[in-house]
Ligand binder design. Structure first.
Ligand code: ADP
Ligand code: MG
Length: 369
C-alpha cells in the first residue's frame, strides 16, 4: 500500500471518460464515413476506413455509452441494438424491488420458505455471488436485501429523513443472512435463513459490461468501450492506441487519475457519492457494512481493474466496506491486485500493481475535462 495523495479534499471517485479521444469521437449521423481513396467509379471496391462510433442507451438507471473503432457501422448498430435488448431484460429480471421479474419472484419464494428453479441467465450470477461472498469474508453480501431496503435504497429516489430505527437494523444484523444460507442444486435455489433477500446491485452491472463486450466481439467489433455511468469494460483500442480512461476526482469535476485500459479489462468503481440519503448534514451511502448494518462512512470510493466485470464490481463494493485496516487482505483473497482506494479524507491508497499503471493528477485538478 502506498499513500500517494493526502490532500484533504475528497469524498468520491469514479471512472470517468476524461475527454480522451473516444469521447470526442465521431457521432453516428454527424460525420459521414470517410473518403474513398480510389476511384469511386468502382463503387463496390470502395473501402471504408475505421472510424469512431458512439451510441447511448438508458438502462440500469444510468446512461450507458457504447463506443467502437470500426469500419462496419451496420455491425456496430446491430451490436448496440442487441446490447440494448439484453440490458433491458437484465434490468427487468434482476431488479431487486420493481416489477415481477425473476429476482423479485425468487425473493418472494425464499421469503415464503419455498425453493425456485432459476433460468440459465440468473444461475451463473448466483453461483458467482456465493463464491465472491466467501472470498470477501462476507463483506460483499448480496443476501442483505432487507437491510438495503430498510435504509431506503429500494426506492427509486432514496428519501431523506431520520435513519432507520437502530433496533430494526440490529434485528437484521443478528439474523445474519448470508450467501452461505443459499443453496444451489442444479437450477434450484433454496434458503435456510428466512431473512434472505437477494440484491444483485453490487455486481450485476459488472457482469452486464462483460456481456456487452462479448456481443460486440460476436459481431466482429473488437475495439470497443462500454461505459455504464463510469463503470466500464474495453476491448482492443482505437487507431492503434489504447483506450485512455480518466478517473473523476472525488469532489467536483476534475480528474484525479488516468490510465490506459488494456484489451479485455474492466474498470469498476464503488463510491458513496452516486446514491445516498442525507439527514442533519450526514450522508448515508448506499453501500452497507453487513457487520454493523450501517452505511460505509470511512471510504469514499474503491476502484478495481479486472478482466471479470462482476468480480471487479463485487470487489469494489467489498473493499469499500473493508476500509483501510482490511482492504489488502480482502483484495488478496478475492484475487484482485489492481486497486485504488480513496478514504474520507481524500487519501489515496494504491496496490503496487495499480501504482505502476495509474497516472495521478497532482492536485486532483480539472485535467482532462
Ligand atoms: P454502484 O452501483 O454505485 O457502482 P456498488 O457496485 O457498490 O455501487 O453497488 C451498490 C449497491 O449494492 C447498493 O445499491 C446495494 O443494492 C448493494 N449493496 C450495498 N451494500 C452491499 C454489500 N455490502 N454487499 C453486496 N451488495 C451491497
Ligand atoms: Mg460494486
Amino acid at each position: 500500500m502506498v499513500a500517494v495523495d493526502d490532500d484533504d479534499s475528497g469524498h468520491s471517485i469514479a471512472i470517468w471518460p476524461d475527454g480522451g479521444y473516444w469521447m470526442r469521437g465521431v457521432r453516428k449521423g454527424r460525420i459521414r464515413l470517410g473518403v474513398c481513396l480510389f476511384a469511386c467509379v468502382l463503387l463496390a471496391a470502395c473501402e471504408r476506413s475505421p472510424r469512431m462510433y458512439e451510441r447511448s442507451l438508458y438502462v440500469f438507471g444510468t446512461l450507458v455509452s457504447v463506443s467502437a473503432w470500426t469500419s462496419d457501422e451496420a455491425a456496430f448498430d446491430r451490436a448496440v441494438d442487441q446490447i440494448d435488448r439484453r440490458f433491458q431484460s437484465m434490468h427487468r429480471d434482476w431488479h431487486a424491488w420493481r416489477g415481477n421479474g425473476e429476482l423479485v419472484r425468487l425473493n418472494q419464494a425464499l421469503a415464503a420458505g419455498e425453493s425456485m428453479r432459476v433460468s440459465d441467465f440468473l444461475l451463473p450470477l448466483l453461483i458467482q455471488g456465493k463464491a465472491l461472498y466467501d472470498a470477501s469474508d462476507g463483506l460483499f453480501n448480496p443476501a442483505i436485501g432487507r437491510l438495503i431496503a430498510l435504509w431506503g435504497f429500494h426506492d427509486d429516489e432514496p428519501s431523506g429523513g431520520l435513519p432507520p430505527d437502530p433496533g430494526a437494523i440490529a434485528k437484521l444484523v443478528d439474523a445474519a443472512p448470508g450467501m452461505d444460507d443459499v443453496s444451489i442444486e442444479g437450477h434450484r435455489i433454496r434458503a435456510t435463513n428466512p431473512w434472505i433477500a437477494l440484491d444483485l446491485g453490487a455486481y450485476a452491472k459488472g457482469h452486464a459490461l462483460n456481456v456487452a463486450i462479448r456481443i460486440l466481439h460476436e459481431l466482429g467489433i473488437d475495439n470497443a468501450i462500454v461505459n455504464a455511468g463510469g463503470d466500464l469494460c474495453v476491448s482492443g483500442g482505437h487507431g492503434g492506441r489504447p483506450w485512455h480512461i480518466g478517473v473523476r476526482h472525488p469532489q467536483g469535476e476534475g480528474v484525479i487519475a488516468s490510465l490506459d485500459a488494456r484489451d479485455g479489462e474492466c474498470v469498476l468503481t464503488s463510491g458513496n457519492y452516486e446514491r445516498y440519503r442525507e439527514y442533519a448534514g450526514v450522508r448515508y451511502a448506499h453501500i452497507i457494512d453487513p457487520r454493523s448494518g450501517y452505511p460505509v462512512a470511512h471510504i469514499a470510493s474503491a476502484t478495481v481493474i479486472a478482466r471479470n466485470g462482476a468480480l471487479a464490481d463485487a470487489a469494489a463494493t467489498a473493499l469499500s466496506v473493508a476500509g483501510a485496516p482490511l482492504w489488502q487482505r480482502i483484495a488478496g483473497r478475492m484475487g484482485v491486485d489492481e486497486v485504488m482506494l480513496v478514504d474520507g479524507d481524500g487519501r489515496v491508497y494504491l496496490t503496487p500493481a495499480m501504482k505502476r499503471r495509474i497516472d495521478l493528477t497532482p492536485t486532483g485538478g480539472a485535467r482532462g475535462k
